[in-house]
Design a protein around this ligand. Sequence first.
Ligand code: URP
Ligand code: ZN
Ligand code: ZN
Length: 485
Amino acid sequence: MAEFDLVIRGGTVANTSDVFAADIGIAGGTIVALGRDLGPARNEIDASGRFVLPGGVDTHCHIEEPPVGDVHNADSFASATASAAAGGTTTVIPFCTQLKGGTVTANLRDYHRRAEQALIDYSFHMIISDPSEAVLAELPGLIEEGHRSLKIFLTYDNVALDDAQTLKVLALARRCGALVCVHAENHAAIAFLTEALERAGLTQPKYHAWAKPIAVEREACHRIISLAELVDTPVHIFHVSGVEPAEEIRRAQQRGLKVFAETCPQYLMLTERDLDKPGFEGAKFLCSPAPRSAADQEALWGYLRDGTLSVFSSDHAPNRFDDVHGKKVAGEGAPFAVVPNGVPGLETRLPILFSEGVVKGRIDLQTFVALSATNPARLFGLHPRKGTIAIGADADIAIWDPERKVRIRNADLHHQVDYTVYEDVEVTGWPEITLSRGEVVCWNGEIVGKPGFGRFLARDPYSQIEPLGRFVTPFDPVSGTLLRG
Ligand code: URP
Ligand code: ZN
Ligand code: ZN
């Protein structure tokens, strides 16, 4: 009688704490045994010579967001999650958008319906672009349902919040037990610089980096950290691009504040020079914050090693290049300010971190697991169900060939974007087999998972979002309590 549905035999298992040789026994979609020479199973996978790692958790990716003007997301939940799985990721947290003037509830219902096509498990952040009284009144119930993270922008027309609105969202997050994630760039400064560049006729993609120098990111990081400190609530800062914002974050962490942060592959792999390609080609690399310098890239590895940046996400932005609903929405050669921001990257996130990080000796395998799976799962209330190989955890597993050499070609990727910024980049190490709750989703590059298998992950309150109980003055502005006379 088979005891297990599946045993993965003979691999090298890695968690954040240990790297060890073990078989993994799976039953009913969960890990039920870890050990040597496990008994019989209905199915077996030989993982000898392979790394057996927790499936990746990508906590920043844009999937099937509503059109902005004529700009359409190229990926559906089915294509995006297929692409994620092919790159070793088994959980995604994309964004349900609140449009200005609208409420969140209707969009959330629509987003849940769309996500039913996912191949892997998912949860949602709720983008708050207009914290009106109506929205602030509906959020407690939605957070209680398990949507325990809010995303705010400090820049971009139509979504940027001012400081007063930001404080309202931070206070609500503390009251209700949610984590606020932030796109931190100074909106007015970007508008000022953009107008000046446009007046001077400097509108090619390379000037995107001049409109968004690192000072606008540094300032906004400092500001959101200060505002979060005033209301005593944790914040998570998205897509940190270089030294100056990372130093703000490090200083806050050294002061004991709950400030978390991520970076993304594009900030390790691209520089400002990539925006300066012939013709309109630079638009492919146009993302916000802008790619920085080689020195920033190298420094980011240090912040990933020392934990200043504890999460590595893709910020997958599925805008096609040669498409009037993508990068060319305003035509080939349009000014940088009207080119949709972002680069695709769900599938290449982990192979790049593995190859550039583990294989090149910049991080060890345990740090790779921490950044790609365990830390994001912990930060967003999914651990220990996700992000670890442990008894009782979901059997979300990626089996890696650490020596396989792959030349990245967009034609081989599973997203619906018509380019990758990593075309022709050679990586060493690739996930061969990806399992979601014990079921194979991707086998040697072939998607065998089915749309609809993925499930929504409701998140309960968890320790990372608890306030510190530490205030700037003897008065708590959220509860209105005088703490001492
Ligand atoms: O350029 C970027 N990052 N685009 C995607 C949206 C965002 O700002 O995260
Ligand atoms: Zn952003
Ligand atoms: Zn983003």
